[in-house]
Design a protein around this ligand. Structure first.
Ligand SMILES: [Zn+2]
Ligand SMILES: [Zn+2]
Length: 259
């Protein structure tokens, strides 16, 4: 028995990843509407009402905006840190949420035999986390909005069987692109996002352990990246070594399995 994961959408217009393992069904982030979540899960034969928990990475609206709807419409408990919830409540209209369950970074959340480790990130959310899901002897990482390649990131990725890894921008496209200077600075700064090159180096170093089965490149920028550019950069750095997928900015992925 392994794990399956489906990216329902990935990027600044909304993030949501479904993971099923050890008899549990988890959603990571709530950045797409309830209807989109329901329909994209249904297209893969899954029922949103059967989800055990919605776990939020950080307070940016592309990750949390629809958490209230998921709770009210489908009765799903939402797991979030107190600081993330406070910041998001002040900014987005989350609406009434009677079943909010708090965790803190470094915590291990337990759902039956499934452990979810919350790992703090240096991204510019107030209290952001990346996640490692561990069950049945397998480990899957959900690692986007990372800020920079922080200490321990390579070691963490090397300890995984599969990973959704941020590969946000191509530095040349960012430099030449239409964003104002302050925004370019934010993205490539230490609390923004990591580039194709940085992500590729992380995977190259981490895949030396020979544990990683695949990486799904995630949270690609629309303006400052393109799936072909991202894949080309990763292939230049890593050759054909590792199976790579790209999470789409508007559609669900196929079912990715960790065996
Ligand atoms: Zn984001
Ligand atoms: Zn963010």
């Amino acid at each position: 028995m392994g794990m399956i994961a489906i990216s329902l959408q990935s990027g600044s217009s909304g993030n949501c990843i479904y993971v099923e393992t050890g008899g549990k069904k988890l959603l990571f982030d709530a950045g797409i509407t309830g209807t989109q979540t329901e329909e994209r899960l249904a297209a893969h034969g899954r029922d949103v009402r059967a989800v055990d928990a919605v776990i939020i990475s950080h307070d940016h609206s592309d990750h949390i905006r629809h958490a209230g709807v998921l709770q009210r419409k489908y009765g799903l408990p939402v797991y979030v840190t107190p600081a993330t919830f406070a910041a998001a409540s002040a900014r987005c209209a989350l609406g009434k949420m009677p079943d909010v369950r708090h965790f803190r970074s470094h915590d291990k959340l337990q759902f039956g035999g499934v452990l979810v480790h919350a790992i703090p990130t240096p991204h510019d959310g107030v209290d952001g986390s990346a996640f490692v899901i561990e069950a049945c002897g397998k480990r899957l990482g959900i690692m986007t909005d990372l800020g920079h390649v922080f200490k321990d990131l390579v070691r963490l990725v090397a300890s995984l069987d599969a990973v959704f890894l941020e590969s946000n921008y191509d530095p040349d496209m960012l430099a030449r692109g239409p964003y104002p200077a302050y925004l370019k600075q934010r993205i490539k700064g230490p609390r923004g996002h990591i580039s194709n090159q940085e992500a590729a180096q992380v995977l190259l170093c981490a895949s030396g352990e020979n544990r990683l089965q695949w990486a799904c490149l995630a949270h690609l920028s629309e303006q400052n990246n393109h799936p072909d550019v991202a894949i080309r950069t990763h292939r230049e750095v890593m050759s054909e070594k590792l199976t790579l997928y790209v999470a789409d900015r508007y559609r669900a992925s196929g079912v990715l399995t960790v065996v």
